[in-house]
Every structure is written in structure tokens, then in C-alpha cells.
Design a binder for this molecule. Structure first.
Ligand SMILES: C[S@@+](CC[C@H](N)C(=O)[O-])C[C@H]1O[C@@H](n2cnc3c(N)ncnc32)[C@H](O)[C@@H]1O
Length: 293
């Protein structure tokens, strides 16, 4: 399992699409999602041990702390395989870097497992057997997962096509050779290239090309040293490659979630249900909830 794409994502302080921000919304699709989680949190008891699987930067813990003055749990552990560095939210909330397919937790030690767009990124056959092993009798799990028909999944497919168009462009593959250009020449070549991609990409993918354009404008405005700009453009290309990797993982995760009942052992050790959470007729994702008998 490679964690490089997520290591880079959580390490970047300029990451703006952190899910944590959206989780605090009270209206729209994220408001619906928040309500799902607030209902889950309401069932916690003060003595409970809560574990967030594939927690990233701790978006769920952020929502939990922001939604109450007293934390109704004994401990909340964020677990992720990437080197995420969540802000210190509360003494009860800690972070552990682990693969959720091989949890370093004692048998029957957890009251609640939660996971938000995370569990389904792993080998769920292994991760679910870890959940069953580590849950206390009557312990519960609430797992919210990507769905192949969700807007977020469809948008990711569009973005991958747009980003790949740029990544495969010979101009971007040989961007290092632009070091010999003058600054105005470099600027012109970049603008021509962006226009070309804007015109040839499908309408739905234009926002992704514009996002790349914004990054380019920002770096051209910061410094007119060609060597520096080319180094930054190479970094930008690397960042787009990693974004494609994450989006590809996300689409695979949605497929995994859609095959959940074929992939995991749902025997009489657990009571469970799978539903979808919808907003205005559109699916946001799968809710996989249950308890250990
Ligand atoms: C889409 S992010 C979601 C993070 C967080 N739950 C959120 O909502 O912001 C998916 C996360 O799953 C983590 N992940 C993927 N496979 C994993 C595994 N086998 N064990 C632990 N974490 C994993 C990645 O490192 C990444 O941080």
C-alpha cells in the first residue's frame, strides 16, 4: 500500500479542499451529512472509546468537538496510514499512524468505530474483520462511504480526464526545457498552452483547467525568475499527478463500497444495515451501520 498521495495531501498547509471545512456546514448536502454524524455522536457515552478509521486530518473529530461543549466519550483515536498531522483539538483526541487492515488495538476494546470516506479505501475484507475483532460486545460501527453514482464520484472522473490531458501534453512533460526562455516568453507559452486546454477540454472539465491556471498566475506573479518559475511548474505538475492518483483511489473506493456485501463476512457476529444518504434526490454515499452481537 502506497501512502505517498495522501502524505502529500495532508502535509500541504495550502490544502483548501479539506473535508473538515465542509463538515461544519449546516445546510445543503454537507448539512445532511453533518446531521447523520450528529445522530451517531449522540449515542456515545462518557466512558466510550471511539476510533475513526482512515481519519485523515481528523475531520470527524473536528465536527465532534465543534458540536458540543463537553465531549461525551473517554477517548477518540484518529487512525490513518498517512502521515497526517491533525491540529490538537482536545486532550481526549489522539492520532495513531496505522494501517486499518492490521489494527494495533486489543480485541474487544472499542465501543464505536466511525469512518467517513475512509474505510472503503482499504482492503475491506481485512478491515472489517479488524472492526469485528476490536469491537466490544454490543459495540457499534457507523461507516459513510463513497457511492459510484454520487456527484463527487462523477466530478472526480471529469477532473481525472482534464488533468490527464494536461499531464500528457508534451509541453508539460518537457517543462524543464523552458529554463532557457526569457520570462515574457515563458509567460506567453504558458498562456497559449492554457488556452489550448481550455478550448479542447469538455465543458465540465473547464473548472479544473482554470484551477491550474490560477496556480500558474499566482506563481508568475510571485517571482519573475525563470529558473524558480520552472521549478514551481514542475512541482505543480507533480501535484496534479498526485491529485489524479487520489481521485483514482476515490473512484476505486466507490466501486469497493458498491460490492461491500460480496467482499466482507457478514455472519451472525454482527447486526448491520446499508442505506444511502440522499440530498434532493441525489445520492451522497452509502451508510453502513451496525453493531456486534
Ligand atoms: C478521502 S480521505 C478521508 C479522510 C477523512 N476521513 C476525511 O473525511 O477527511 C481517505 C483517507 O484514507 C486513508 N487510508 C487509505 N487506506 C488506508 C488504510 N489501509 N489504512 C489507514 N488509512 C487509509 C488515506 O491515507 C486518506 O487519509
Amino acid at each position: 500500500m502506497t501512502t505517498q498521495a495522501w502524505d502529500a495531501y495532508w502535509a500541504d498547509p495550502t490544502t483548501t479542499n479539506s473535508f473538515a471545512f465542509d463538515y461544519t456546514e449546516t445546510e445543503g448536502p454537507y448539512g445532511t451529512l453533518n446531521q447523520f454524524w450528529l445522530d451517531v455522536f449522540a449515542a456515545f457515552k462518557d466512558s466510550d472509546i471511539v476510533v475513526d478509521l482512515a481519519a485523515g486530518n481528523g475531520a470527524l473529530a473536528t465536527l465532534f468537538t465543534q458540536s458540543r461543549t463537553e465531549l461525551n466519550c473517554a477517548a477518540w483515536v484518529n487512525i490513518d496510514s498517512a502521515t497526517a498531522k491533525p491540529d490538537k483539538l482536545h486532550d481526549k483526541i489522539t492520532f495513531a499512524q496505522q494501517n486499518i487492515e492490521q489494527l494495533e488495538l486489543a480485541d474487544a476494546s472499542v465501543d464505536h468505530f466511525v469512518s467517513m470516506y475512509g474505510f472503503e479505501y482499504s482492503d475491506i475484507t481485512k478491515s472489517f474483520s479488524q472492526i469485528v475483532r476490536c469491537l466490544k460486545p454490543h459495540g457499534r460501527f457507523a461507516i459513510f462511504m463513497h457511492h459510484p453514482d454520487a456527484i463527487i464520484t462523477k466530478q472526480s472522473k471529469v477532473s481525472i480526464t482534464a488533468f490527464n490531458q494536461v499531464l500528457k501534453d508534451p509541453f508539460w512533460q518537457t517543462i524543464h526545457t523552458c529554463e532557457r526562455l526569457s520570462f515574457p516568453e515563458l509567460k506567453n507559452r504558458l498562456l497559449q498552452n492554457l488556452n489550448l486546454h481550455l478550448q479542447s477540454v469538455a465543458t465540465e472539465g473547464q473548472d479544473d483547467i482554470k484551477l491550474i491556471g490560477q496556480n500558474i498566475f499566482y506563481l508568475l506573479q510571485s517571482n519573475n525568475n525563470v529558473g524558480w518559475c520552472v521549478a514551481q511548474l514542475q512541482k505543480l505538475r507533480q501535484g496534479i499527478l498526485l491529485q489524479v492518483e487520489r481521485l483514482t483511489q476515490q473512484i476505486a473506493a466507490a466501486e469497493t463500497a458498491s460490492m461491500l456485501t460480496q467482499k466482507i463476512v457478514l455472519d451472525n457476529q454482527v447486526a448491520w444495515q446499508i442505506t444511502t444518504l440522499d440530498f434532493q434526490g441525489s445520492t451522497l454515499g452509502y451508510c453502513f451501520t451496525g453493531s456486534k452481537n
